[in-house]
Write a protein that binds this ligand. Structure first.
Ligand code: G4P
Length: 537
């Protein structure tokens, strides 16, 4: 028997295609407290990435996932920085980009979403769509990525599930199609009905909060259902399902993939209920990495290697006091040690220091495929939005940046620490912990700008911990920043006080009224919420 001739190029492109097809890279978006940390942990548990839920590390007396790693996070019980967690499930390679849930850290979160191919939106069943869900949803919507919804905490008294779907449609303007339906809620929560497989997944409370195996029913009229959930809930379920099947839109894959329709699942992450069922649906529904828009047109994931930096992080852990750049592979096969070109500077780089990130644990990464996240040691060359590639000229057309809404001044407690202070300020601003605005007269310390005031606390704590610099932060009454554009003489006369870190003239305002008044007085100047020439953070 002769062995067929296999062209190595064909073989490797087939291998690349199959690796791309099995990648699922997603992020979780939610309002703080909806259960993102708990779901993350349970997903890792079912994905085999951790052995026991609740065993990972201690966060204010309760468990939390490995993605919460900084001491300030541990003190406050919140998740500040994003990291990437990876596991295999049903033959799929799942990358979960952990996004911080606190509303004050949204800038970092927003950026992380640029590296995701889909998002899981977690809602608290009692609270429904909340402010932070709306903001993060808007970012996903802008990117047009598919969104799946998990309604969590069904073991607590919940809103009517029909009302929750209405909220999704009314507030978020997305078609919501339930793929599972809850049977009762709060103390009466009995499980969910899978509309696609006509299966009841029964939930039983035990002291350990464990779930029960799915129960096969031969249909909604199966008398076993009454025995399992009680006659009243069974009757209610039949009524609900009739209504859904009669009056609600069906799941349409194309609409889901374009971000117009969200499939909705119900469950209770804390009780392990509905999470595994969600995960097995997720890996089937969520898309693999697709083409990325670049200056050279849409880049297919099967093209030669290219990746973009979406996040920078200094001082990841005490053992590794260095700077990490998180790169998402957008096309091709990444191999450790490969030589690439850094588009913005034209520099050739050898990527020998590559690692995956699982909280403080690092493992060397030998190879990666589109959708994967690789941590690269950043010798100071990378900026957010940068591209590295084999074909030198690839760049991203734009990268989102957000307008700060709160401003503070800082003063150094010990002026002899000025050098360390400047280093910390530059590196933390580069990461996007805060944005920095410099007074042009040089007399005062810079203004910090943030999306929310807790960012200042993080900045202050990290300066102290990582750079041994103690500063005082004074929140100012400024609430708006505008970049000035238009007639250059006019702008020059105007822009006496502040500029951004790239030297672009800006102006801070105390109120919308101040801004409107000033704009009316100076029609020759444009007041922009972001610099016009900005293509990256
Ligand atoms: P977040 O990351 O979105 O902020 O939410 P997180 O998972 O930290 O969950 C917020 C709180 O909600 C936690 O309670 C968590 O235990 C609880 N929770 C998560 N999922 C469920 C669920 O399915 N049902 C119920 N009843 N609660 C849930 P906590 O009080 O902060 O901590 P703990 O004392 O309960 O451990």
């Amino acid at each position: 028997m002769t062995t067929p001739d296999i062209n190595p190029a064909t073989q490797s492109s087939a291998a690349l295609s199959s690796e791309i097809a099995r990648r699922r890279t997603f992020a979780i978006i939610s309002h703080p407290d909806a259960g993102k940390t708990t779901i993350t942990e349970k997903l890792l548990l079912y994905g085999g990435a951790i052995q026991e839920a609740g065993s990972v590390t201690a966060k204010e007396g309760r468990s939390h996932t490995k993605s919460d790693w900084m001491s300030i996070e541990q003190q406050r019980g919140i998740s500040i920085s994003s990291s990437a967690l990876t596991f295999e499930y049903q033959g799929r390679h799942v990358n979960l980009l952990d996004t911080p849930g606190h509303q004050d850290f949204s800038e970092d979160t927003y950026r992380t979403l640029t590296a995701a191919d889909s998002a899981l939106m977690v809602l608290d069943a009692a609270r429904g769509v909340q402010a932070q869900t709306e903001k993060l949803f808007a970012v996903c919507r802008n990117r047009g990525i598919p969104i799946l919804t998990f309604v969590n905490k069904m073991d607590r008294p919940a809103q009517d599930p029909f009302e929750l779907l209405e909220q999704l449609e009314g507030i978020l303007k997305i078609t919501a199609v339930p793929l599972t339906w809850p049977i009762g809620d709060g103390p009466d929560f009995k499980g969910v009905y899978d509309l696609q497989t006509d299966q009841v997944l029964a939930f039983e409370r035990t002291s350990g909060g464990k779930h029960r195996a799915p129960m096969q029913t031969s249909g909604l009229n199966d008398p076993k259902l009454d025995a399992l959930v009680g006659a009243d809930l069974a009757a209610k379920l039949r009524e609900d399902i009739e209504l859904i099947q009669g009056a609600m839109p069906e799941f349409e894959e194309a609409q889901f993939l374009s971000g117009e329709l969200t499939p909705v699942f119900f469950g209770s992450a804390m009780n392990n209920f509905g999470v595994e069922h969600f995960l097995s649906n997720f890996v089937e529904l969520a898309p693999p990495p697709g083409p990325v828009e670049t200056n050279l047109g849409n880049r297919d994931p099967g093209a030669a290697f290219a990746g973009f930096i979406f996040k920078l992080q200094a001082n990841m852990s005490k053992q590794h006091r260095d700077r990490t750049a998180y790169m998402r592979v957008m096309s091709g096969h990444f191999e450790r040690g490969m030589d690439v070109t850094h588009t913005r500077t034209g520099r050739k780089l050898r990527l020998s220091q590559a690692h995956t990130l699982f909280a403080q644990d690092r493992e060397k990464v030998e190879e990666a495929y589109p959708g994967d996240i690789v941590g690269l040691v950043n010798p100071g060359v990378f900026q957010i939005g940068d591209v590295i590639s084999l074909d030198a000229k690839v760049a991203l057309p734009s990268f989102p940046r957000f307008t700060p809404e709160t401003f503070a001044t800082i003063s150094l407690k010990d002026v002899s620490k000025r050098k360390a202070f400047m280093k910390g300020l530059t590196q933390l601003a580069e990461e996007g912990v805060v944005q920095v605005f410099y007074p042009t007269d040089g007399a005062r310390d810079p203004y910090l700008g943030a999306v929310g005031p807790l960012q200042f606390e993080v900045f202050q704590a990290r300066l102290l911990e990582e750079y041994s610099v103690d500063v005082e932060v004074h929140v100012t009454s400024y609430g708006l920043v505008r970049w000035l554009a238009g007639d250059s003489d006019g702008v020059a006369r105007f822009a006496r006080h502040v500029e951004d870190d790239q030297g672009r003239p800006v102006m801070l305002f105390r109120s919308k009224y101040d801004l409107e008044y000033t704009a009316e007085q100076h029609p020759e100047i444009e007041f922009l919420p972001l610099p016009r020439d900005l293509t990256r953070v």
